[in-house]
Design a binder for this molecule. Structure first.
Ligand code: SF4
Length: 238
């Protein structure tokens, strides 16, 4: 394999431990951060949820580099993006891009559904939040792997920054999932796209990894749709 090929397409497997979320991250997804003191009874549910997560999750990922014209088509999707979006101002300045998908596998998503069906709402809710936080850690790991591979292959200097962006967020319409799946083919790690454009298993994340000068990722979160945004994750990520 040529050195350049090392960054083209990769399938990665992670250990459950490597994506185990911090308790604070799980609590934050449940709306408990900062000054809010969690109910002590939640501790037992948290322990149980993290134990279940460790036994059930099977984290894996795939990424594949794309050219600028290829990504132009994926980004446009069905032409339903907001008129102005952060990503539209970022990716034209990229030095390298890759489509990616990660998943925690089927068993953990099925267990969450079973818990809700059995009216075990508290454990279901905590496990759902823990799995979302783990999926985010897995996406973070792929982001680091791609950025590291680019530097190791001599494609970019180590000062470059790689960040991820996903369809369905920040004005990038969810319909872009179709083109993303056509090119990336994440079925190889067991991720499929439903008619409603939701991924199966549910605890999966897809998007684009954009590598470039750190400054290209800077933007003011003052887009018209930002007023309806409850998570404001762009702040923490930058
Ligand atoms: S405020 Fe929300 S919608 Fe606006 S850029 Fe940030 S994350 Fe995206």
């Amino acid at each position: 394999m040529m050195l350049e090929d090392l960054t083209m397409r990769q399938i990665l497997r992670f250990s459950p431990d490597s994506v185990r979320p911090e308790r604070a991250a799980v609590l934050a997804l449940q709306g408990m951060s900062g000054d809010i003191e969690p109910d002590p009874r939640l501790d037992a549910y948290m322990d149980k949820a993290l134990d279940l997560l460790g036994r059930l999750c099977e984290p894996s990922a795939v990424y594949q580099m794309v050219s600028m014209p290829e990504f132009d088509g994926v980004f446009r999707g069905s032409g339903l993006n907001e008129v102005r979006t952060p990503l539209a101002g970022i990716y034209p300045h990229a030095q390298a891009m890759a489509l990616f998908a990660i998943t925690l596998g089927g068993p953990v998503s099925r267990r969450i559904a079973e818990l809700f069906e059995a009216d075990d709402f508290v454990l279901g809710y905590v496990l759902d939040a823990a799995a979302s936080a783990a999926a985010d850690r897995c996406a973070e790991a792929v982001q680091e792997a791609f950025g590291g591979a680019l530097v190791a292959a001599g494609r970019v200097p180590s000062s470059r920054r790689t960040l991820r962006y996903s369809p369905g967020y920040c004005g990038w319409h969810i319909s872009a999932q179709r083109g993303l799946f056509d090119l990336l083919k994440p079925e190889v790690i067991g991720v499929t796209l439903g008619k409603s454009l939701l991924m199966e298993p549910l605890k999966s994340v897809s998007g684009v990894l954009v590598c470039g000068e750190p400054g290209i990722h800077e933007f003011k979160n003052a887009f018209p749709f930002c007023g309806r945004c409850s998570h404001r994750t762009c702040r923490g990520r930058r």
